[in-house]
Design a protein around this ligand. Structure first.
Ligand code: AMP
Length: 301
């Protein structure tokens, strides 16, 4: 495993590996796993999939400042490169790309990649500019690593929808591979931000996955239920937790992220449906979701 921080070095290291393989008459498949570090089993699941499907696995670790708003947690975002290196090694990563802000943005940037419409609702409403930061940095990483495949978690379902649109619209030659959400045994979706939670907040935060699993039960029960009614019931469950401050509970089509007819029974709809929420506990904003009409199986650590 090698580590580098210089973008040009990453590009030439990957080119070199491709040439080497070509000289032996082989085609090298490169898998990229972009992260902000402070790795957990969710990230590990992406790395494992990338390891299975590719010859060279590149892990990027970069806390991307341009996807954070002015009052967000950029400065206190957890970092532990040594621990990340150990996890990466365990998962068979070939290259860690861990640039600093100056490496990625040496001069003030004047170019942004922006996906319209898909970025205005859900997390985009509370975090203006966030997805422009994500699409810009992921574009840069895709250009630098030119991977055959890039791996993203369904934990950030809107991010995946936005990036898929970007890749299609800009004819990028990469396959985006969606990976299921990894949860703690008690249901809490793994997130680097979970370390911010006090014991009491963490206990209450279980309501996120619990309300989503309840919604799946209502949906599966055969009872005719509308999106409006699902949202109402989920709202009641979450609002019953004293420390929870609901940002949004939304039911939309996936991956087009369009609102559903509020008064149509959800069972009558045939497209995949995303049930997504964001809830704050103190200063910590957590997101979680499930997909209905899909074969996604929950993964627990
Ligand atoms: P982050 O470091 O939070 O930017 O996440 C990097 C990648 O890991 C993103 O594609 C996330 O969707 C994915 N990821 C984060 N948490 C999880 C999880 N609990 N399960 C699956 N993927 C995850």
């Amino acid at each position: 495993m090698i580590q580098m921080s210089n973008p040009a070095e990453l590009r030439s290291a990957i080119k070199e590996e491709r040439f080497k393989a070509a000289r032996e008459g082989k085609e090298l498949k490169v898998g990229l796993v972009p992260t902000m570090g402070y790795l957990h089993e969710g990230h590990a699941s992406l790395l494992r999939k990338a390891r299975e499907e590719n010859d060279l696995v590149v892990l990027s670790i970069f806390v991307n400042p341009i996807q954070f708003g002015p009052n967000e947690d950029l400065d206190r975002y957890p970092r532990d490169l040594e621990r990340d290196q150990a996890l990466a090694k365990r998962e068979g990563v070939d290259i860690i790309f861990a640039p600093g802000t100056q490496d990625m943005y040496p001069t003030p940037t004047k170019t942004k990649v922006q996906v319209a419409e898909l970025t205005t609702g859900l997390c985009g409403a509370a975090r203006p500019g966030h997805f422009d930061g994500v699409t810009t940095v992921v574009s840069k990483l895709l250009h630098l690593a030119s991977p055959d495949r890039a791996y993203f978690g369904l934990k950030d379902a809107q991010q995946l929808a936005v990036l898929s649109q970007m890749v299609r619209d800009l004819n990028m030659d990469v396959e985006l591979v969606p990976c299921p959400i990894v949860r703690e045994a008690d249901g809490l979706a793994l997130s680097s931000r979970n370390v911010y939670l006090t014991a009491e907040q963490r206990e209450e935060a279980l309501v996120l996955s619990r309300s989503l699993f309840e919604a799946r039960k209502w949906y599966d029960s055969g009872e005719s239920i509308t999106p409006r009614e699902i949202r109402r019931r989920m709202h009641d469950l979450i609002a019953a937790q004293p420390l929870a401050e609901i940002d949004y509970i939304e039911i939309v089509s996936f991956p087009s992220l369009e609102p559903l007819a509020e008064n149509t029974a959800i069972q009558e709809l045939t497209q995949p449906i995303l049930l997504a929420l964001a809830v704050k506990f103190g200063g910590t904003r957590l997101i979680d979701n499930i997909l209905l009409h899909s074969n996604e199986v929950p993964v627990h650590v």
